[in-house]
Each structure stands twice: as C-alpha cells, then as structure tokens.
Design a protein around this ligand. Structure first.
Ligand code: NCD
Length: 304
C-alpha cells in the first residue's frame, strides 16, 4: 500500500514530478477540477487540533469532486477513547473510504499504517514528521525564489518538538549548497533530524545573534513553541525574540518569511502586511494545491 508517512519517501525526482503536477493544479484551480472522483471518500481522522492541515485536505478533496468523513477529535470521540488500538482502528476505517488522513500525538501511530487496506497520509505524528506541510513549504520556497539550492535558511523557534522543522530540514538537505541556521542554539534537538547537527552547512545561533544573520537570509522560517510537548523551564529560551517591523529594514528585498502557523508571538502582527511575509496567503494556498496533487497520486494508484 502506498502510504505517505515520512519525507524520507521523497527524493528529488519524486518531488520534481509532484511540483510539476502541483503547479498545473495551481494554474487551473479557479477553473474547477481537472480530475473527478465523485465516488471516492477521504477520511480525515485528527486527534490533535488543526485548522490549516485538516481544512486544506478537505478543500482539496472537495475540489477533486470527492467526499469527506471528518473526525476532528479522534482521541475523545472515536473508539480510541475506549482503548481500541491503532491496528484495529485502521482496519476499521479502511472499510469506509478510499484514503485516510491521520494526525495523532502518539508518534508511533505510523507503525500501524500497514494494517490499513487504503492509503494513509501522515498529517502529523507527535513531534516527528509532517511530510505534507514540508512539501508545501518547499514548493513555496521554489515558487517564490526559483530554486531549492544555494539557499540560506534560518529556522527560529521550536527546534525540539516542531515536526514541520524536522521534516523540512530533511527535504532541504536533498539539495546542494543550502546553508541552514537554527536558533535558539541552546535547544537540544529531540527529533531524528539531529543527525544533521554535525554537518558543515549547519550553524546554530543564539537568540541575541539573530539580528546579525538576518540580512543574509533567503528564507526565515518560524515555528511556535509546542507548549503541549514542553516542560516550562525549556520555554524560557524562547521569550527573547520576536520578529518586529524594524527587522524588515535589514532583510533582503527578495527574502521570504514563512510560518506553518499557528502563530503565537514569534512574529509581530505589524510584520504581516510586508510583501515578504507570505504565511497568511501564499503558503496556505499552496497547501491546498500540494494536497490535491498528493491525494490524486494516491487515488490513482491501482487497488490490489
Ligand atoms: C503545525 C503542526 O500542526 O505541526 N501546523 C500545521 O500543521 N500547519 C505547526 C504547529 O502546530 O505549531
């Protein structure tokens, strides 16, 4: 079964094909669907809060002419609450539809995807991975800057538990000469992307130094603190930096500011109107297009 569980399943070739398809979808989106799946059903099965990921998947499925069964609180209102295992849950859900989009804070749920007889897309497994978010982030970078190599990318925020950071850093690493800067340096990485720590192209910076590096950056990627995964003393590290209007003066003219959202206070609202702050429109819209392309890829897989 062709699940999408990790960015490790994507190489440059697959990404290029996906982005080509996504840009065709983007160009034609307003004209209505290019593909029609009126009898196909997507099950969105979410056990952690979501606004963009769940709604963009559902919007994507509606654009494809399909139907959606939506569970936004699987932890308290599905039989997981009664102690049903992920194995039994996926066996059951696969009787009701053609595709499952799943998010849960237990990072190990992806190990049970094999019990589903329909494809499953990982919409977040704890602090580990969020492959579709990082694919849309990468698509956004490519579209706005015209390249995926020779980039200087700064990540500011939750390097410990942010799954979007964890997934995107792996994808950026597929391309040549990308320099990665991460702040705050004090944070110990939790996720498996820590294997990237020793690489020559990684610079860890203190919060106080951020301003010195900002003028060189092509991409500045913020994440909120995953308060639900942290204990309080760690959170102290983060209370020292907020992107403010005055910082915009030192940024490159053709840089971009990204955030998977939701935002807490990492970026001041006064930054939002700047044309480089593309998290509220372009980045969100790209999430729909990329998910249309991914759903279409999976629904077109022959069923065995
Ligand atoms: C992120 C997530 O859920 O991982 N949001 C998203 O999916 N766009 C980021 C977050 O929760 O901080």
């Amino acid at each position: 079964m062709n699940h999408i569980l990790s960015v490790n399943q994507f190489d440059k070739d697959r990404i290029e094909k996906l982005f080509n398809k996504t840009s065709i979808i983007e160009r034609n989106f307003h004209k209505g669907s290019l593909f029609h799946y009126p009898n196909r059903v997507m099950i969105s099965f979410f056990g952690e809060p979501s606004t963009r990921t769940r709604f963009s998947f559902e919007r994507a499925m509606f654009w494809l002419g399909g139907k959606v069964i939506s569970e936004s609180n699987s932890d308290s209102s599905s039989s997981l609450k009664k102690g049903e295992s992920f194995k039994d849950t996926f066996k059951t859900l696969s009787q009701y539809g053609d595709l499952i989009v799943c998010r849960h804070n237990d990072e190990k749920w992806i190990n049970f995807a094999e019990y589903s007889s329909i494809p499953i897309i990982n919409a977040g497994n704890g602090s580990q991975e969020h492959p579709t978010q990082s694919l849309l982030d990468l698509y956004t970078i490519n579209k706005e800057l015209g390249r995926l190599n020779n980039l200087k990318v700064m990540f500011i925020g939750d390097l410990k538990y942010s799954r979007t950071f964890n997934s995107l850093i792996k994808l950026l690493n597929l391309y040549e000469n990308n320099e990665i800067y991460t702040a705050p340096a004090e944070i110990i990485w939790h996720c498996d992307s820590k294997s990237y720590l020793d690489q020559d192209n990684l610079t860890r910076i203190n919060l106080k130094e951020i301003e010195n590096y900002l003028p060189e950056m092509d991409v500045i990627y913020f994440t909120r603190i995953q308060k639900e995964r942290f204990n309080s003393e760690d959170i102290e590290y983060f209370n020292n930096f907020q992107l403010l209007k005055r910082h915009l003066e030192i940024l490159k003219e053709n840089s971009i500011i990204l955030h998977p959202l939701p935002r807490n206070n990492e970026i001041s609202e006064t930054v939002d109107e700047d044309s480089r702050a593309i998290y509220h429109e372009k980045q969100i819209k790209n999430g729909i297009y990329i998910r249309v392309a991914l759903i279409q890829e999976l629904l077109d897989e022959p069923k065995f």
